[in-house]
Design a protein around this ligand. Structure first.
Ligand code: GDD
Ligand code: MG
Length: 366
């Protein structure tokens, strides 16, 4: 079966991680984010994927190639200008089968697509939306169902007074090609605002799902997704890598300090004596952790060097950074690629430092 994944957004809320790397290929645990989605699709029999790209399509293609490594045929289409969620699909129309899946490319999930496809067939729907409960639906598309699971109404980004259910659209749809007759060509069209309303009472169904679901669009959600993967709260291939001790440590890593599971430690990592790493930590290739440093609930990407006595907690440090001795990075802070921070700094409270910035010793304390 075929799937179209929409990856045309700019990922602005994930900056500075997405300042240098497009969101679909930002590393998550041990692979580009979108690989989790491709593996999930593969489990449900999808073998033909069209990536609908806007921004930075070439770098997405360079990282993913033609999909042969995953046993999936992977093709890329690039709109001439951003066409919106339905306009992008319309642009890909010549490549589409009679029935296909459409996915928003920014969610981590293991919902049961096979069951959703089976319901779609049973009801004879033109479009079936998977639905998940969330605590705050205001940033999503709110859905009310009738008894027979046909959609009663759909409200995109509901105002607080319109929220009386917690079921939202998960951004995973089974679609019949004929719905594209409702989409005018050559302009920006929103599937949520302009297509779903036209289909109510005419073949629009919802599929309430019990799987794991997370939109990874912000740094705290990126960290949450990382922790859920390495704790096994979402079904992914990483769980096999971690094994029964919930630790994946590459054989080439040199560990003199302590590592507390769950944790993923990649090739060439060095953890000096007296350092504590974990729990809930990912250290990318060639990361080094200085003597006596503590790193917990954190992601440190390839090649980054953490000095002696540093304290890192609840933070993301991108690739190629250097952090001087005794500096602390906490409270949801995010350091972009190639940032240099001198000794004795205190970086906290959701600070975001953009790629390539250099801070001298003792420059920031708050
Ligand atoms: N190719 C292309 N072109 N892709 C686009 C475009 C475009 O013009 N605009 C957005 N996308 C992609 C984004 O990259 C993302 O993967 C997906 O379409 C959805 O866009 P978002 O901007 O992330 O929408 P949202 O999160 O506010 O809301 C959507 O997702 C929610 C679930 O996370 C809606 O579909 C909601 O109804 C839904 O609840
Ligand atoms: Mg989104």
């Amino acid at each position: 079966m075929q799937a179209v994944i929409l990856v045309g957004g700019e990922g602005t809320r994930l900056r500075p991680l997405t300042s240098t790397v497009p969101k679909p290929v930002v590393p998550l645990v041990d692979r580009p984010f979108i690989s989790f989605m491709l593996e999930w699709l593969g489990k449900h029999g999808i073998d033909d994927v069209i990536m609908s790209c806007g921004f930075l399509a070439t770098s997405v293609r360079n990282v993913l190639g033609d999909g042969s490594g995953l046993g999936i045929r992977l093709r890329f289409v690039e709109e001439p200008d951003p066409r919106g969620t339905a306009g992008a699909l319309k642009f890909a129309e010549p490549m589409l089968d009679e029935r296909f899946l459409m996915l928003n490319g920014d969610v981590l999930t293991d919902i049961d697509l096979s069951a959703q496809i089976a319901q779609h067939e049973r009801t004879g729907a033109k479009a079936t939306l998977s639905l998940v409960p969330v605590a705050d639906p205001s940033a999503y598309g709110l859905v009310h169902l009738n008894e027979d699971r046909s959609v009663h109404d759909f409200v995109e980004k509901p105002s607080p007074d319109a929220i009386d259910t917690n079921l939202i659209s998960a951004g995973a749809y089974v679609l019949q090609r004929e719905i594209l007759q409702l989409v005018p060509p050559d302009r920006n069209v929103s599937i949520e605002r302009e297509v779903w309303p036209l289909l109510i009472g005419k073949g629009l169904y919802g599929f309430p799902s019990e799987g794991y679901w997370l939109d990874i669009g912000s740094p705290d959600r990126y960290l949450q997704g990382t922790f859920d993967i390495i704790e096994g709260n979402v079904q992914t291939a990483v769980v096999q890598r971690l094994g029964s001790d919930w630790l994946a440590i590459d054989d080439s890593a040199e560990i003199a300090g302590r590592v507390i599971p769950p944790a993923v430690i990649e090739r060439g990592v060095r953890v000096a004596g007296g350092a504590h790493v974990g729990s809930l930590v990912v250290l990318g290739e060639d990361v080094s952790i200085g003597a006596g440093a503590t790193v917990e609930r954190a992601v440190i990407l390839n090649g980054t060097q953490i000095g002696e006595g540093c304290r890192l907690r609840d933070c993301i440090v991108a690739a190629g950074c250097r952090i001087g001795a005794r500096t602390s990075v906490t409270g949801g802070a995010v350091l972009g690629e190639g940032v240099t921070v001198g000794a004795d700094n205190v970086i906290a409270h959701g600070a975001r430092i953009f790629p390539g910035v250099a801070l001298p010793d003792g420059a920031i304390k708050f």
